[in-house]
Design a protein around this ligand. Structure first.
Ligand code: ZN
Length: 189
């Protein structure tokens, strides 16, 4: 029915945010991507935002990152236009307007930036990661919160190359999970 949504038939389950990250990942993994790419910079800065600050230094770092992100997003001069698909669908019997916001200057980079902003506003930007295997480093969408590798093969490879480093990482992640639980409890109470 709708040409833009025709059968994205995934053999497996599509995870929340994963499908909308497709163009972003394509750009990140593109050989044509320049070193000082805005999209890449935004992702790096996002790492400084993800942890809840518990020291004045961390707070300063977080505020600094937020300021830089704001500057990079404004500086992109990204312009969007609405594209309507009135045939897209209906929800509980009533038709709705399917509005897609697309960049007026449509390049892989601008479309990737739109996806990045979408993922960032839904809180899933930290799911965009680089594979932890030093020989791979491909960008991927982490389906699970603690996923560090884009494939099981890479996970095995990384472990084979450096078991000590892997043990350190495991301890680090365990610590992070404990911290997160503590924060969740505080937030809930
Ligand atoms: Zn990998």
């Amino acid at each position: 029915m709708c040409p833009t949504e025709q059968s994205h038939q995934h053999g497996q389950r599509a995870y929340l945010g994963e499908r909308s990250a497709k163009i972003l990942l394509e750009w990140l993994n593109s050989k044509a991507r320049p070193k000082n790419d805005r999209v890449g910079k935004l992702l790096a800065l996002n790492d400084d935002l993800s942890a809840l600050p518990s020291t004045p230094e961390q707070l300063k770092r977080m505020l600094g990152a937020a300021k830089k992100i704001d500057g990079l997003v404004r500086g992109s001069k990204l312009r969007l236009m609405p594209v309507l698909d009135m045939t897209a669908g209906s929800s509980s019997g009533s038709r709705y307007w399917h509005v897609e916001w697309v960049p007026t200057k449509s390049t892989l980079q601008t479309r990737a930036l739109v996806e990045l902003l979408r993922l960032a506003s839904s809180g899933s930007l930290s799911r965009i990661r680089r594979c932890g295997d030093s020989d791979c480093h491909v960008w991927f969408f982490a389906r699970f919160r603690h996923q560090m590798f884009h494939s099981q093969h890479c996970q095995k490879e990384a472990f084979r190359k450096d078991p000590a480093e892997m043990a350190r990482r495991r301890d680090y992640m365990r610590n992070e999970r404990a911290k997160q639980r503590l924060q969740d409890q505080k937030g809930g109470g």
